[in-house]
Design a protein around this ligand. Structure first.
Ligand SMILES: [Zn+2]
Length: 500
């Protein structure tokens, strides 16, 4: 009897953690509604940005024709003073067929009160940029001469970060510094829709989904510490090259570059398919850190088989000092709750959510999507990837997964909901994540095993480094099946695609 009561309590606790789980920041209420510009625009005219000639085309086609944005970021971190001084140099090529009259930067830290001070903005030749406008948490820099198709522009931001004392992907607690979206980011430009920029969705003080859209870019990041370097473990999404306490990372064709630093991490290493897995945990959760490393090895092996290689040298799995999970390129952050409640069995959130976040290396990092308007393209697929993991490694627990993760929480609502669902976070999760998993299962049963897995593999491989759309999903599916899907589509989608 006592056992049963304890089990019930544990299940309840697990249920609570699941509610908060999986790429869904919650309770981030200290957000400043409007951006606080820290540099005053003046009326002085800008110099015309110089256009650098387009490099001569190479014979072998490269992803994005080799024109992806190049970020060169230098940062000096003072961990104990929660202060970072940084320079970000961006080389941006107009990859569209239309002239661009402005360049937009997402300055995500402006979401938090006084978290960023921008010291200067310059063109690559050192000319100061003094005319720009703020729109929400974005900086719009008008160009005196439009940037023509194929032309390049170089813009340098010098800035300081005052890390907010908060639990989150951008913030610092007493034992962890998390740097997500911490430098000026150029969003994708779409010839029909313009810059793909969206507002945060907040309903009842809870953030719903993710509002940023990223194109694949190259990141060269150099870190130094003004505290004692040897105190810190630094988790990143790429291998570290370190000389004289200066650390350099090169991460190519990625959506983001994210770092998590702690002075108390324990680190465990694994290898799978030529990829290094580094698992970072707080000392009291070291055993769960080992388990997270093992789960990651299994997940990477399975998803590489199903979707092709993740095209990363290293994946860092990091215990986060907050209560949700979040994916980045080559790095995932997992709630400390998953570690604390891991009991060594696969019936825990660590085993459910680690594969979920790892699958985002394919559905987010490799194949991008519009996270604000079509979040199902990463979250539905990542949630379904969880049960694929159980099918492969713990087939006896597949029914448990459906009941505990999906059916017990009331899957309902349209899979193609946006993050701007008025009903808020629970309705968003119940539709995009949970009913999304139900949709994927019905789709699989309708088209058959072979077509289903050939389709998923084809979808990933043919949309690598791009921003895939629902239309891409359906068009790829159509190439693998002639099954009549109209009934499934009508039940799960508010805007059924024209294709099937
Ligand atoms: Zn997710």
């Amino acid at each position: 009897m006592i056992n049963q009561t304890i089990r019930k309590t544990m299940l309840l606790l697990l249920g609570v953690v699941i509610l908060l789980g999986a790429c869904a920041p919650t309770g981030e209420v200290e957000i400043a509604p409007s951006a606080t510009p820290t540099l005053e625009p003046t009326a002085a005219p800008t110099e015309t940005p110089t256009a650098i000639p387009e490099p001569s085309p190479t014979p072998t086609p490269l992803p994005l024709d080799g024109q992806q944005t190049q970020y060169f970021i230098d940062a000096t971190i003072n961990y104990y003073n929660r202060f970072i001084s940084a320079t970000s140099r961006v080389i941006y090529t107009n990859k569209t067929q239309v002239p661009l009259n402005e360049i937009v930067f997402i300055i995500y830290p402006t979401i938090f009160q006084d978290a960023i001070f921008i010291r200067s903005i310059k063109l690559g030749d050192g000319t100061a940029i003094s005319i720009f406008n703020w729109e929400s948490h974005r900086m719009l820099i008008p160009l005196e001469e439009p940037l023509l198709p194929g032309e390049q522009i170089e813009i340098v931001h010098e800035f300081e970060l005052y890390m907010p004392n908060r639990e989150g992907t951008f913030g610092q607690t007493g034992r962890q510094l998390n740097l997500a979206y911490w430098f000026p980011i150029i969003p994708p430009y779409d010839e029909e829709q313009g810059w793909l920029v969206y507002e945060i969705s907040i309903v009842n003080s809870m953030i719903v989904g993710e509002h940023l859209v990223f194109e694949a870019a190259d990141f060269n990041v150099t870190l130094a510490f003004s505290d004692r370097r040897e105190n810190f473990s630094i988790a990143a999404g790429a291998p570290a090259n370190e000389t004289d306490d200066v650390i350099n990372y090169q991460l190519n064709l990625a959506r983001t570059f994210t770092i998590s630093i702690s002075d108390i991490f324990t680190v465990t290493e694994r290898q799978v398919d030529g990829i290094t897995i580094l698992s970072y945990a707080f000392p009291e959760d070291a055993a769960s850190g080992e388990a997270a490393a093992d789960i990651t090895v299994d997940a990477v092996r399975l998803y590489s088989e199903l979707f092709g290689p993740p095209e990363r040298d290293l994946i860092s799995v990091v215990e986060a000092d907050f209560l949700h999970g979040m994916e980045f390129d080559g790095l995932i952050l997992l709630s400390r709750g998953f570690y604390m409640f891991h009991d060594g069995t696969p019936k825990t959130n660590l085993t459910i959510i680690t594969p979920h976040e790892i699958s985002h290396q394919w559905f987010f990092s490799l194949v991008g999507n519009n996270q604000a308007l079509e979040p199902w393209l990463d979250e539905t697929l990542a949630t379904y990837a969880e049960v694929l993991f159980y099918e492969r490694y713990y087939p006896d627990l597949v029914e448990w997964w459906w009941e505990n993760r999906v059916d017990g929480h009331g899957p309902s609502g349209y899979v193609d909901n946006t993050i701007y669902l008025e009903a808020g976070y629970d309705a968003y999760r119940n539709s995009v994540y949970l009913n999304g998993a139900r949709f994927m299962q019905e789709l699989r049963e309708a088209v058959g095993e072979e077509a289903f897995f050939n389709f998923l593999y084809d979808y990933v491989r043919s949309h690598r480094y791009q921003i895939a759309t629902g239309e891409d999903f359906w068009r790829t599916l159509q190439a693998h099946t002639a099954a009549d899907l109209s009934d499934i589509v009508a039940r799960y989608f508010s805007t059924p695609p024209a294709i099937p």
